[in-house]
Design a protein around this ligand. Structure first.
Ligand SMILES: Nc1ncnc2c1ncn2[C@@H]1O[C@H](COP(=O)(O)OP(=O)(O)OP(=O)(O)O)[C@@H](O)[C@H]1O
Ligand SMILES: [Mg+2]
Ligand SMILES: [Zn+2]
Length: 423
């Protein structure tokens, strides 16, 4: 419907410029402008411009490659039925019509349906909130008549992974958020030069002022930049004049690990750090996870508030995967592909499967067909938005939904999609 509206706008003599990742929209354009070739420092160039046909032939374009060879589904065998379920009983919130829905444990479930059909209401407002309460109180909610959540004992934790920014301060960065910065600090404290000077790991922290034995630059509190308030204009961020953006005191920067200062390490990209720390297994594990989700180009010290929503979300997923104790968590994601390129979606699919393979239960709300086509189970809400929605119109493995979903828009679109993108 949106595509039809855009075409009408053009027919009236207007010029329509759309920023989009959606494959159908890309293929429907008359002229494409493809930026890249990669992200972050690897991007920022015009890679190709022309009709979709011309982009498909552009060898340097990742977009072209995905149009030429889209993902084939399923990328791995479906996991089949589960014996255990997280159950929502008699959900009546907003437009939900007394729904009882089972989410299989240790499986990948995708909740679909047109806008306003009740997905977020069911998954976030009822399932997530209910599971949090159930875990907190470990109390049976069976006396409640509506919107009940029944958790099997195998679920120990529930977590929503969204695109909101990570870390509360500009001192937070990928290394501190994922948690491997502590290991880096320990490595620096073990260097002979550091031992001689009596520098412990706290010396390399952004959070310890020099008065308490820290080594950060006090002028910028370890941020490397200063914010200057301008009236009527947004704040201006300039490099700290004290440390020149290096975030630490000169004495701290005299300690080198394999020839690099702590500031050099923070300025390394994930890619460079993987090579530099290849002898340190506790660092290569989280770094390879960041590499796997396509965040090679991020620097270890990039300030968290500057990360994009999609980057922040993938860093959260990596943090979960990097945890030594895994499994038994119910993860909830509401439209994780928003803002992601087809290449990023392919990587996200990989991470989601890994979470499930580690014994976790995944419930994802999605409009993206590449994600739906990977589900072990689809729960399709509808048939329409608002009061005309709030029911389950189809459920089962994607193949079953396609076969049985007579009233389901999802079934219709997914059927067409799997004809061109199936195995
Ligand atoms: N706090 C609220 N109070 C009353 N009605 C609400 C509230 N939140 C949502 N609704 C209504 O409930 C229905 C379902 O909304 P919901 O947000 O669950 O849809 P959705 O399937 O997640 O849609 P989308 O794909 O657009 O995110 C909609 O008609 C919406 O207007
Ligand atoms: Mg929603
Ligand atoms: Zn400074």
């Amino acid at each position: 419907m949106l595509l039809r509206t855009l075409k009408k706008l053009r027919e009236k003599g207007n010029t329509v410029v759309v920023v989009e990742h959606d494959e159908t929209t890309i293929r429907a354009a008359e002229h494409l402008i493809d930026l890249g070739p990669g992200a972050g420092i690897h991007g920022g160039r015009l890679v190709a411009a022309g009709t979709p046909k011309e982009i498909v032939r552009a060898s340097a374009s990742v977009t072209g490659r995905f149009l030429r060879e889209p993902m084939r589904h399923p990328t791995r065998p479906r996991r089949g039925e589960s014996k255990l379920f997280v159950e929502v009983r008699d959900a009546t919130l907003h437009n939900l019509k007394r729904l009882t829905v089972k989410f299989p444990v240790s499986r990948f479930t995708v909740v679909t349906g047109v806008s306003g059909s009740g997905k977020s209401t069911l998954v976030r407002d009822v399932l997530l909130r209910g599971a949090e309460t159930a875990l907190r109180d470990r109390r049976d909610s069976s006396e409640r008549k509506e919107n009940r959540v029944v958790l099997p004992p195998d679920i120990r934790r529930v977590l929503e992974v969204d695109q909101t920014p990570i870390g509360k301060t500009p001192r937070s960065c990928p290394a501190t958020y994922v948690g491997f910065y502590d290991d880096i600090r320990r490595l620096f404290a073990q260097v002979p030069e550091a031992k001689m000077r009596g520098y412990g790991p706290e010396r390399f922290s952004f959070n310890v002022p020099t008065a308490r034995g820290g080594g950060r630059c006090d002028a910028c509190e370890g941020q490397g930049i200063k914010r200057i308030a301008m009236s009527f204009l947004p704040d201006v961020r300039v490099p700290c004049d004290e440390c020149g953006g290096r975030r630490f005191t000169l004495e701290t920067l005299e300690v080198r690990f394999k020839g690099k200062t702590i500031a050099d390490v923070l300025a390394m990209s994930v890619e460079e750090a993987l090579e530099f720390f290849k002898a340190e297994p506790f660092l290569t594990r989280p770094l390879s996870l960041l590499h796997d989700v396509g965040l090679d180009y991020l620097t270890l010290g990039q300030q968290s508030p500057t990360l994009s929503g999609g980057e922040a979300q993938r860093i959260k997923l990596v943090t979960e995967l990097a945890k030594p104790t895994q499994g038994r968590t119910l993860y909830i994601l509401d439209e994780p592909t928003v803002g992601l390129h087809m290449a990023d979606v392919a990587r996200l699919v990989e991470v989601l499967h890994r979470l499930v393979d580690a014994g976790n239960t995944l419930v994802v709300i999605e409009h993206n067909l590449d994600i739906m086509a990977e589900a072990d189970r689809i729960i399709d809400l509808g048939p329409e938005g608002g009061d005309a929605g709030g029911r389950v119109v189809a459920q089962g493995a994607p193949e079953e939904v396609i076969r049985d979903g007579a009233r389901s828009y999802t079934a219709k679109i997914l059927r067409k999609f799997l004809k061109t993108h199936g195995r």
